[in-house]
Design a protein around this ligand. Structure first.
Ligand code: LLP
Length: 425
């Protein structure tokens, strides 16, 4: 459930008409709903109620400081994968002891920053990383708390670009080698083994792969304990999918995901961490855009909007579907022949939808790409020298610009021209 609904014929974010935001901030613009973000976080809390747990929101899904502050204020921890994300989490006010550091390529510098700033645990993905982390921690007179990310060789049944739990993927340590690597870890002076970590992919629309992966973790933990390791935490990663096509998709509910957790790793008596990103923010955000032109092509028509692949790359990158809805509610019978919805960037890949049935829309009309709160703004770029798309957070009948659109002057100022290049006569 989300809080983007039609009222008096206009799509609203909570109590704010999207037309108001478009006028005040311009388009394209991301719009997030506080009520939806809050609700999705609470749904996970309820799903894990009674279990000792920490929900570590995956910062990569949407790293706006306002979103991080909101999550932190609700009690979330954070899952970060870079120094930048770590700094964002800290800048939002999240204490180090609630931040886990994931990622397959942490640098020594990133390890140092997190160790000095405070960290709950590193999810370590390889032996070279383990040895380096021990050295960095020892040099600071510290021991780094770690979980090893195991690769359970499970097919997550999601898009190949976001599946991470098969043995051919770059992630984690093969589960068959886990005991050996835990033994190495325990012998290192700068390492304190605290847990086991697994993450098999994103946008999972079935529970069975989670169940298989969590069962493998549940089998591993007693073996590790028998080897003498004090395993007090399991981190189950993120990945629960969301409905992108509202009309015909119904991915599993967090409650049922919680039941799988209870059934598989619940009896271990460990503290449970999960790292959801998409389910919390995905349907809490839309990308609001304006039609520039409607163009009749040969055999097909195009709706050219002012958002482009640099603002929302998911359709171009993963052939992802986003529902597209008009801001002014349409009546049945208003449909156009199907159109291609495209952006202004000079690439054919700058296509949001092909042959999409939509109501009659023309120059100046506003449309919303739904389910754009996760992996939207964070993956945006300035390709074609288009300013980074701004972000707005709505709460009730109020809204705040939580990231402003940069001016062209600000964009130009970041470059510099060496003095040896002559002026242009
Ligand atoms: N934990 C780890 C270690 C991850 O790698 C990820 C996502 C998550 C948690 C959060 O997963 P979520 O709950 O959001 O599914 N850009 C892609 C998605 C990439 C996901 C990468 N890892 C997209 O737009 O679909």
């Amino acid at each position: 459930m989300d809080h983007f609904t039609y009222r008096d014929g206009i799509l609203h974010a909570e109590d704010v008409p999207l037309t108001t935001i478009a006028e005040a901030v311009g388009t394209p613009v991301y719009v997030y709903s506080t009520a939806t973000l809050t609700r999705h976080f609470r749904v996970f809390e309820e799903a894990l109620a009674g279990l000792d747990h920490l929900i570590c929101y995956a910062v990569k899904a949407n790293s706006n400081l306002a979103v991080l502050r909101l999550m932190g204020s609700l009690g979330a921890g954070m899952d970060v994968v870079s120094e930048g994300e770590y700094r964002r989490a800290r800048a939002a006010g999240v204490p180090g002891e609630r931040i886990v550091f994931s990622g397959v390529g942490k640098t020594r510098e990133e390890m140092r920053v997190a160790l000095e700033g405070g960290i709950r645990q590193f999810n370590v993905e390889s032996e070279p990383e383990l040895f380096a982390l021990s050295e960095v921690a020892s040099s600071l007179g510290l021991r780094a708390p770690i979980a090893l990310r195991v690769n359970p060789d499970v097919d997550a049944k999601t898009h190949a670009k976001i599946a991470t739990g098969k043995s051919e993927n770059k992630f984690g340590i093969p589960i068959a080698r886990a005991r050996e690597v835990y033994a190495e870890a325990a012998a290192l002076p700068g390492i304190a083994v605290v847990g086991v970590d697994v993450h098999i992919g994103s946008q999972l629309t079935e529970l069975a792969p989670f169940e298989t992966a969590f069962t493998r973790v549940a089998e591993l933990v007693p073996a590790l304990r028998a080897d003498g390791h004090d395993i007090v935490r399991v981190d189950l990663g993120g990945g629960l999918g969301i409905p992108y096509r509202r009309a015909n998709e119904a991915p599993p509910l967090p409650f049922d995901y919680g039941e799988v957790i209870r059934r598989t790793v619940g009896p271990l008596g460990c503290e449970i961490e999960i790292e959801p990103g998409r389910l919390i923010v995905g349907n809490a955000g839309i990308l609001l855009t304006r039609v520039i032109w409607r163009k009749n092509g040969e055999g097909r028509d195009f709706l050219i909007v002012d958002a482009a692949m640099n603002d929302l790359v998911r359709p171009a990158m993963y052939d992802a579907w986003h529902d597209i809805v008009p801001v002014a509610e349409s009546s049945p019978g208003d449909e156009l022949p199907p159109v291609d919805v495209v952006g202004p960037v000079c690439e054919t890949g700058d296509t949001f939808a092909r042959e999409r049935p939509l109501p009659v829309l023309d120059s100046g009309d506003l449309v919303a790409f739904r389910s754009a709160g996760a992996y939207g703004a964070v993956m945006a770029s300035e390709y074609n020298s288009r300013p980074l798309v701004p972000e707005v957070l709505v709460r009730g009948d109020q809204f705040d610009v939580v990231r402003a659109r940069p001016s062209f002057d600000e964009m130009l100022k970041r470059d510099s021209i060496p003095s040896w290049i002559p002026e242009i006569p």
